[in-house]
Design a protein around this ligand. Sequence first.
Ligand code: NAP
Length: 325
Amino acid sequence: MTGTCVYDVIIAGAGPAGMTAAVYTARANMSTLLVENSQPGGQMTKTEAIENYPGYRHILGPDLSREMLEHSVKFGTEVLNGNVEEIKDDFPYKTVLVDGYPYQAKSVIIGTGAKHRSLNIPGEKELSGFGVSYCAVCDGAFFEDLEVVVVGGGDAAVEEAVFLTRFASKVTVIHRRDELRAQRILQNRAFAHEKIEFIWNHTVEEILGDGMVSGVRIKHTITGEESDYPCVGVFIYIGMDPLTSCVNRLGITNENGYVLVDENMKTSIDGIFSAGDVNEKMLRQIVTATGDGSIAAMSAQHYVDYLEEKLQTEQEVKEHDNASY
Ligand code: NAP
């Protein structure tokens, strides 16, 4: 389906939330357009192995991405490669600008995700998935009895450092200042833990290793002195950025840029739903994204039924009024 048609739903972003939503909407016979500007799969495509998605004891991220995409396409989802630039609320329909071209839909599901901030240092990209990780819940279990470092001093860094002690023999938090940003309760938990150590006033300048991480090069922020610190895992927790530039003008995000939804994945705008990591939420995982996606799909289905009924009634009233003259 292309050109001037109005889709029942356009889904922005083919991560696990968007692809699950597509499985549900397409299977419910809703005309579905799924738009993605890079590889379908989102952050999954950058995950070496996934061991916490039920039904798969071990699956490679790119393989699960392909499975989900094929699943949604099987039920008739149309996939478009392009960048969603803007989503507009043009009642009765929504307009989705993809690479400058307007597509129309009765409903929209936002599933654009969030991006972990990178240190942008040598070795980070090359060793991502080979000791460098941005997700302790996903990858922590690979570091049983091994020494890892966590970079950052916020809630996520400290919380995940504590989580990593379940597996690692030693967790060293490297922070650029001499005090943590994290909540006091999390700080106390980390300070009290026998497996956790801190390196203060240091930045990580390079991740070392040939094929696998073997250490980090760190630099004292005051003296400038550099040294190498051995480890086999580097967990980077220096914040996340939601990918919401396409909805900036809609006023549906909070002060950190995350989309605000109710329990049915409804935003404050009728017919616009949102699912997955782009939402303000507690746990950002594949399994929570797929759950959100299914709920958003069901909400979109109810909305489209309601809209069609409303438009039909308005049309009948108009025809009736015209006939009365
Ligand atoms: P965050 O609060 O922004 O903290 C980022 C940390 O990374 C800060 O300590 C910061 O250092 C450091 N950092 C930033 N850029 C860096 C760089 N280039 N090099 C080295 N260090 C760098 O991010 P977050 O911890 O991901 O948390 C995000 C939001 O989620 C926060 O609102 C947080 O409260 C919330 N959250 C809550 C919980 C919870 O309540 N249990 C758990 C996780 C996250 P400085 O301190 O020096 O700026």
